[in-house]
Write a protein that binds this ligand. Structure first.
Ligand SMILES: [Mg+2]
Length: 367
């Protein structure tokens, strides 16, 4: 089956409330819908969410690199020659979201061609994941209210708390408020998005430990090499590398260097193919993983749960699967339902999604 065309559609859908964290804030989902067409009529689809403050990609750069560089290389290639195709993409450095969307669209086609879901193709471990909800910067009481609302409405009991503000006390107040409002039955963990120095983070870690936080993510920059290693060495909870370990090589370096003891996997930046490599690498090295969220829309969330549910190691912890709840609308015809704190994998084949063409026409930015 040959690739006949690759289409990119930039679109914008506002969030109902801005999402704020130490490395930036997001008001509108300005993503790129990527579709791969084949000579057998099957069409693969995936979403590319640009994160300029983390990876340098923008909506325009994703469209540009796919249209000008990747599409001309891919047209005429065999859909199933995945490793060959990755060799072609690998000639261009960077551009993780653009490459990942192409990879996931190809997996979507592969699933459709054999009538199986992507989860079944990848590993088929289970059919759902527990959901973790991310709480962005706000006043302690409002963050506790949001967490309680998520618990009451969706049964979510796992929360990732964004930290990394100065002074450190601001975030410690939030964490104490959440623990006292939600009690011991809630699982809480923190993500600093590199907002603190190593010594600020060390002070916070002591209290995080007392509050029963289960993970600490990117509390200080990994580029502060010795400070970061010093911090991780004294952490009693797993220390997660997220944006500092986005390739198999970076994952190896952070684990061997002692700058992390666990890894966040995001299908939006490593697709399915390289997420597999990262996961297997972590299993081999004895490091835990958590399925992260690149502020994904529904389509990106479908991809995260499709991958996470495929393996025991990636479905053990709750996955970050709820950011789409804050979007005012979406491109998929069917809603995603979080019930009893879990999100089910879509029934296949492939990713099992249908794009609503009327909504795409309404939100697209190129016409
Ligand atoms: Mg993170």
């Amino acid at each position: 089956m040959k690739i006949t065309a690759v289409e990119t559609v930039p679109y914008a859908i506002p969030y109902t409330k801005p999402l704020k964290f130490a490395s930036g804030e997001v008001h509108t989902a300005e993503h790129v819908l990527v579709r791969v067409y084949t000579d057998e009529g099957l069409v693969g689809v995936a979403d590319a969410p640009p994160r300029p403050f983390t990876y340098g990609e923008t909506q325009a750069s994703i469209v540009g690199v796919i249209e000008r560089i990747f599409a001309p290389q891919l047209v005429g290639e065999d859909v199933f020659a995945r490793e060959w195709i990755h060799g072609l993409l690998h000639r261009t450095v960077g551009n993780p979201a653009a490459k990942s969307a192409l990879d996931m669209a190809l997996w979507d086609i592969t699933g459709q061609s054999c009538g199986r879901s992507v989860t079944e193709l990848l590993g088929g471990h289970t059919d759902r994941m527990r959901v973790s909800h991310m709480l962005g910067f706000d006043e302690p009481r409002r963050m506790a209210d949001e967490a309680q609302r998520m618990w009451d409405t969706y049964g979510i009991t796992v929360f990732k708390v964004k930290v990394g503000r100065r002074p450190v006390h601001l975030d410690l107040r939030v964490c104490r408020a959440l623990r006292s409002a939600l009690g011991d039955k809630a699982e809480l963990y923190v993500d600093g998005n590199r907002g603190w120095t190593a010594s600020e983070a060390a002070a916070a870690l002591r209290e995080f430990d007392e509050l029963g936080m289960t993970l600490a993510e990117e509390l200080c920059p990994a580029d502060d090499v010795l400070g970061r290693r010093w911090l991780v060495g004294q952490s009693r909870i797993p220390f997660v590398a997220d944006e500092s370990a986005t390739t198999p090589a970076e994952v190896t370096r952070s684990l061997l260097d002692g700058s992390a003891t666990a890894i966040s996997i995001k299908t939006a930046r490593t697709g399915f193919t390289h997420s597999q490599r990262v996961l297997f690498q972590c299993e081999g090295m004895g490091a835990e993983v958590v399925m992260g969220n690149q502020i994904d829309a529904r389509l990106g969330t479908v991809c995260t749960v499709a991958f996470g549910a495929a393996y025991a190691a990636s479905s053990r912890r709750a996955g970050e699967l709820s950011n789409f709840l804050d979007m005012s609308d979406d491109l998929l015809t069917d809603p995603l339902m979080i019930t009893d704190g879990t999100l089910a994998v879509r029934d296949g084949p492939g990713l099992g999604v249908v794009i609503d063409e009327d909504k795409l026409a309404r939100y697209r930015q190129d016409r």
